[in-house]
Design a binder for this molecule. Structure first.
Ligand SMILES: C[S@@+](CC[C@H](N)C(=O)[O-])C[C@H]1O[C@@H](n2cnc3c(N)ncnc32)[C@H](O)[C@@H]1O
Length: 368
């Protein structure tokens, strides 16, 4: 299996390189309106935003920033197939403007905009960011009533493009090969994620998951966010679009998950630094898959210790699974990545039963 990954240096308010229905899924995290690190970018794209901020008119600046994002959301409606899923990661902003502290609810503005465009809102996810607990209540004191809660979560807003779901032929082999494990379903489809930590520590160096400084400056999300979402809402060979590509975490996740990807990004510096991340994809992909397999083996062991019997065997691996739907589950690893004139081409190899005994991390595969 081969997948392709295109990165387009440009403004996602016009996805003119993409035809209608070009992608099956969208995973993205826009610049967050009213978070100061993005003021300059928003003001560059619309100079009146800078003027509103200077005049202390937070409400007007907030509105204009969302209008700018809405041009991108409108394009998504066109390029995403009917029934395709869009996942938007966003946080709300707290800020003092013109002497008044308040919250700017980015998530609700985005839900309204998508609904207005004809997307169907689906149940959303919250994920808790790791926070520095010492500093988080600084300045709030112990006296009621004028302290404010600290925002420690972000949203993953989930939308379907239109009213109907994507259709597959009955017992579609592609769809069944793309299955996830029952125990993964239980974690991934629960609406609050508290176990997203960031890096794959077993690799222990700056690699596909990115170096810390670059991640901070781009507000990159942890690899697990796009990786889980892609596995939850697309099948092998689908194309995933990220219109606010940043450092390309979505493309890395698509490469590891055996999906194609397309990214749009304005900041040329981020584009230039993708090579070093891409090089590490084969090693990273192996570690990610090995971790999933090892976790499944631990799950089987602990269930058996509890006296649970499994009714089904996986077809491609000599392990039990909980449900009939998981039987055809098939894993792939990226074995090679090549840069071409049109982007990157990744070659994937299926993980065979014979790989399975080796497909266990020997060391400390702590967190994905
Ligand atoms: C929050 S960051 C995305 C981080 C990304 N998820 C990652 O993991 O690296 C938002 C990105 O959108 C880019 N951006 C903002 N407006 C854009 C536009 N109109 N078109 C394309 N890219 C844009 C910014 O330069 C920034 O890199």
């Amino acid at each position: 299996m081969e997948t392709t990954h295109r990165i387009i240096a440009g403004d996602a308010r016009s996805l003119s390189e993409l035809e209608d229905d070009a992608v099956e899924m969208v995973v993205t995290s826009p610049p967050y309106p009213m978070i100061e690190m993005w003021d300059e970018l928003f003001s560059m794209l619309d100079p009146e935003i800078g003027e509103y901020l200077e005049d202390g008119d937070g409400r007007a600046a907030f509105d204009r920033m969302h209008e700018l994002l809405e041009s991108v959301w409108m394009e998504l409606r066109r390029v995403l197939v009917d029934g395709g899923i869009a996942c938007i990661n966003v946080g709300d902003a707290t800020r003092t403007v013109d002497g008044s502290f308040r919250v700017f609810q980015n998530h609700s503005r985005i839900v309204d905009a998508f609904e207005e465009l004809g997307f169907e809102p689906l149940p959303e996810l919250l994920w808790r960011k790791p926070v520095n607990s010492g500093a988080k209540f600084m300045g709030s004191g112990m006296l009621p009533p004028n302290a404010y809660v600290t925002l420690e979560h972000e949203y993953i807003l989930v939308f379907r493009n239109g009213k109907t779901t994507r259709s597959f032929e009955p017992r579609s082999p592609l769809r069944y090969r793309s299955a996830y494990f029952w125990e993964e379903r239980n974690r991934w489809f629960s609406d609050v994620w508290t176990d997203v930590t960031g890096t794959l520590q077993s690799l222990g160096r700056d690699d596909a998951d990115g170096d810390a400084e670059l991640r901070d400056r781009s507000a990159a999300y942890p690899f697990e966010i796009p990786y889980r979402l892609i596995n939850m809402y697309s099948v092998y060979g689908d194309t995933v679009l990220d219109p606010f590509w940043g450092t390309g975490t979505t493309s890395i996740a698509a490469m590891v998950a055996g999906r194609n990807s397309i990214g749009y990004e304005l900041n040329e510096e981020f584009l230039g630094r993708f090579d070093e991340r891409a090089e590490a994809v084969p090693e990273y992909s192996r570690a990610v898959v090995e971790k999933r397999l090892a976790d499944h083996e631990s799950f089987v062991e602990s269930r058996r210790d509890e006296g649970v019997e499994f009714d089904y065997e996986a077809e491609n691996y000599d392990v039990p699974v909980t449900t009939r739907q998981e039987k055809p589950i098939q894993f792939y690893v990226a074995i090679d990545i090549e840069e071409t004139a049109d982007g990157y081409v990744v070659s994937h190899r299926p993980i065979e039963q014979t790989d399975w005994p080796d497909a266990r991390l020997t060391g400390d595969a702590t967190q994905l």
